[in-house]
Design a protein around this ligand. Sequence first.
Ligand SMILES: Nc1ncnc2c1ncn2[C@@H]1O[C@H](COP(=O)(O)OP(=O)(O)O)[C@@H](O)[C@H]1O
Ligand SMILES: [Mg+2]
Length: 248
Amino acid sequence: MAATAAESIGAVKVVHALSLEGTFAQAFTKQSRKNLATGAAATRLEAALERTVDLLIAVATALVLWSGAHFVLRGAMTLGDLVVFLAYLRTAFRPAKDFAKYTGRLAKASAAGERVVDLLDRTPDVRDLPGAVPAPPLRGHVRFEGVGFAYDPGHAALEAIDCAVEPGQHVALVGPSGSGKSTFASLILRLYDPTAGRVLIDGRDLREYTLASPRRMRRSRRPPGLPTLTGSSWRSRRATTPSLASAA
Ligand SMILES: Nc1ncnc2c1ncn2[C@@H]1O[C@H](COP(=O)(O)OP(=O)(O)O)[C@@H](O)[C@H]1O
Ligand SMILES: [Mg+2]
């Protein structure tokens, strides 16, 4: 639900541009109805559990009272004993009542915990390979050797790219939207690993360096489409520009 809302609000320009308001509103309504139904069912189950526990406690108390009354009438027990016993009984039942009240919340918490653990257990595709070394100070010689990349298997975004960029050289990537300019830049930052070929920086495959070390070297170059960090634009510029960070 939150995901649907975040998606449509984040992509609001696309939604307007393609007149998708109706479709998104419908998807949101559907999700919302489903949520409501599940929520109502969960509340109903919780209430049923609490009711059952309350009923059992009432029946047990009635039984104790009934047989206790017999004991008192026969003179085997005083009235005071019975009253005290009933008070103890009520105290003993309180945890059972509380447990029934909190089972719903416990179930929700454990389900949420499972999802968190599931996410933490995933291994990212782009990670440090065994034997990766921190990058030395880089000069910035970039070389693509037969690089191919596909976001989805079978749909290549880049194919057989060979090129070399000298340190200090300025290069303009020109092409229609969707031709792979951003993908090209992402490969230099190793946001993705190429599916074919290799990307070399200063003559070494990017994958031979630890993930963070070449990126730190190129902090001042913002990857395209990088969102502004939460807060002011000053903060986001400071985070991406080392010289500003030390000035602040
Ligand atoms: N995160 C992604 N998941 C799947 N496909 C993507 C993703 N990003 C880009 N693409 C696809 O890869 C191709 C190249 O996209 P991109 O590099 O963003 O092009 P450009 O920056 O030149 O507009 C496009 O067909 C695009 O649909
Ligand atoms: Mg782009």
